[in-house]
Write a protein that binds this ligand. Structure first.
Ligand SMILES: Cc1cc2nc3c(=O)[nH]c(=O)nc-3n(C[C@H](O)[C@H](O)[C@H](O)COP(=O)(O)OP(=O)(O)OC[C@H]3O[C@@H](n4cnc5c(N)ncnc54)[C@H](O)[C@@H]3O)c2cc1C
Length: 606
């Protein structure tokens, strides 16, 4: 079964982003081209041979031997997950970018992203266990005390212990500040934790010996809202000073959810301290929990963008294979001109070809976006200049909500088209496409819904540091305009420049409205604004891709020519068919409709 087009990954890694250039810096000295290629090959093998076969199995509903189960308070993951999990941990894939002292591999983010794309495309539900575990370890490695680091981080980064993120409660979803879990100071540096968290991904699992929960809670008497939230380290089994595991810490899994998709991942309700015996310790300082948790949330948002890409990629690769094999109906031209009614593979039908083209445009465009975003971490690491570092960090800030929302919305769209390519078989569960569609939907919801991401972009990121990150993003796009011109892609360069200017106007209009009496109208347009910002990023991606392909096609090996031609043709399609619609939409966003907030609530009659 196909998974990812390796040729496209190699193109981005080496010809667009020059990943091995990072090896000039001592931190990444081990990661030359040969090593990078070897790592990707290893990741691909593990993903295809061991992880991918578990995806369909884990999709089964309750009662099936492979369904996630809760037995006597213990979550049992699909049995088929155990072998790949062990191989994954043994191969040190859990902490690819982290400090080798704690079990990491210290590799560039860009490379880790490419490897991670294989794992996530193969089985996202499976990958959520180590993914959240990593985020939990990263919080402790960054904000934990020396003792917390020594006791926990290596066990987490090696996958011996699992990790979660515990924000959501019944009354606190998007509004985290409303949470009711309390922490009662014991006067000995520890706190008693009391409260229920819901929807906790991988909240418990039999893959690991212990679970470590970073829990948001309010210390008794702390201010209301997000200002009074602290972050606590709460293990399922207490950890003794010598690192051995102690007694049960009164963290109970009291339920697992029945869901629309990602069936292989246990979505748990966790009760902390129902027997008044749950002990947590502070991570960092009191009342700064949201700041610390944002580290994990940003990592998770970037990870969810990758999940979106993974679902879209998997659906797209299946669709290509199916369209080349499924015979149905004659070739239109041959039927009309020669009367030849022989059935042909459906990829020859213009409408099927159009569907595949639009899938390709968004899948590969989103791949550019998430790879670029990850390369910003590496650029921030290797630079000696503070200004440069600030620039790359600002780009990460502004691109995170765009990547999270755009890649996940497109994932649902692409997965839907992926069903359409299969016709009726796409709707049948025996075939793989329906699962990708069901699984993909959650990515637009968790980690801050896409609506919340849009508000973050408009309300926080746009005006951040007097607009420096958005200006830097525009600077990056402008550099690509010049590159496209140099490559002789005049039409693309002109269109990209015009679209960029228009987006700048929309941003100015919406940004100003957001700080005026028209704020509600501005926020009613936050989602379409994020969508057109994402469209602009796609245009940027296709200009970069086309310029690199144009350069490489001269003197390319014969076997590579169709790939480069495909890049140039898809750029042409994007600029001729998709970008004009996006530019039209920019106008409509700029018009700042008042209709959405004018309509009285009573007019919505359900
Ligand atoms: C399968 C699954 C796994 C999850 N995993 C985790 C996990 O591991 N850890 C964890 O802590 N949580 C987890 N969650 C919770 C998830 O992050 C929340 O469901 C999500 O943040 C939305 O909260 P909510 O469901 O309460 O929806 P609500 O907050 O009630 O939102 C309902 C709708 O209102 C909109 N909305 C809400 N407030 C505003 C506002 N101020 N302005 C504009 N629109 C608004 C939302 O965008 C949404 O469309 C998971 C959820 C699911 C379903």
């Amino acid at each position: 079964m196909p998974l990812i087009e390796r040729r496209d990954q190699d193109f981005l890694l080496h010809e667009v982003f020059s990943v091995s250039e990072f090896s000039k810096h001592e931190k990444f000295a081990d990661f030359n081209k040969k090593t990078c290629d070897m790592i990707i090959t290893e990741a691909r093998n593990l993903a295809i041979k061991e992880i991918l076969p578990t995806n369909k199995l884990a999709d089964k509903e309750n009662g099936h031997p492979e369904a996630v189960k809760l037995e006597n308070g213990q979550v049992k993951v699909p049995p088929s997950f155990h072998k790949p999990y062990k191989l994954f941990c043994d191969g040190q894939w859990l902490a690819m970018c982290d400090d080798p002292e704690f079990g990491g591999q210290g590799m560039p983010h860009l490379l880790a992203m490419a490897a991670g794309e294989y794992f996530t495309s193969a089985n996202c539900s499976f990958m959520m266990y180590p993914g959240l575990t990593h985020g939990c370890g990263n919080i402790l490695a960054t904000f934990g005390t020396e003792k917390q680091k020594q006791l926990y981080v290596k066990n987490i980064f090696t996958g011996k212990w699992g990790g979660t993120m515990c924000l959501t409660e019944a009354v606190a979803g998007s509004d985290v500040g409303a949470l009711e879990t309390v922490a009662i100071d014991q006067g000995d540096g520890t706190y008693k934790i009391k409260g229920n968290k819901i929807f906790i991904s991988g909240g418990d699992s039999d893959l690991v010996e212990n679970m470590v929960h970073p829990v948001l809670a309010r210390i008794e008497g702390a201010p209301a809202g997000t200002k009074g939230i602290s972050l606590f380290l709460v293990p399922k089994y207490r950890v003794n000073d010598d690192g051995s595991m102690g007694e049960f810490n009164d963290v109970e899994t009291v339920g697992i959810e029945e869901k629309m998709g990602i069936h292989g991942n246990a979505t748990c309700t966790l009760a902390f301290g129902s027997k008044d015996n749950c002990i947590g310790e502070l991570i960092g300082e009191p009342n700064k929990g949201m700041k610390y948790m944002f580290l994990m949330m940003n990592e998770a948002r970037q990870g969810v963008a990758m999940q979106g890409l993974g679902f879209a990629t998997a659906s797209y690769c299946n669709a290509i294979q199916y369209a080349k094999e499924r015979i149905q109906g004659p070739n239109l031209m041959k039927a009309v001109l020669e009367g030849d009614l022989t059935g042909v593979p459906i990829i020859q039908h213009p409408d099927v070809r159009r569907m595949l083209m639009s899938m390709k445009a968004y899948v590969e465009g989103c791949r550019f976006l998430v790879y670029y975003l990850n390369s910003c971490f590496d650029k921030a690491t290797v630079t000696d200049s503070d200004d440069e570092k600030t620039k790359w960090e600002g780009l990460i800030e502004i691109l995170t909500p765009i990547a999270k929302s755009y890649c996940t919305d497109k994932a649902v769209e692409v997965a839907s088209t992926g069903i359409q390519v299969y016709g009726g078989y796409g709707f049948i569960e025996e075939y793989p496409q329906a699962q990708h569609y069901r699984d993909a939907k959650i990515t637009a919801i968790y980690e801050g819904t896409n609506g919340i991401q849009a508000m973050d972009l408009l309300g926080r990121k746009l005006g951040m540091r007097k607009g420096k990150p958005i200006m830097d993003l525009m600077g990056e796009v402008n550099a690509t305009v010049a590159k496209a011109r140099e490559a002789g892609l005049e039409k693309i360069a002109d269109s990209l420049q015009a679209a960029l200017n228009k987006l700048g106007e929309v941003a100015m209009t919406l940004g100003a409205a957001a700080m005026s009496e028209k704020a509600l109208d501005a926020f009613a347009s936050a989602t379409p604004f994020l969508e057109v910002a994402g469209d602009l990023v796609m245009a940027w991606a296709w200009a970069e891709r086309a310029a690199a392909a144009k350069k490489a096609i001269e003197g390319a090996k014969k076997k590579d020519v169709p790939f480069y031609e495909g890049q140039i043709a898809t750029a042409k399609y994007f600029y001729e068919q998709l970008l004009p619609t996006a530019v039209g939409k920019m106008d409509s966003v700029k018009n700042l409709t008042g209709a959405i907030m004018e309509i009285p609530e009573e007019a919505f009659v359900g």
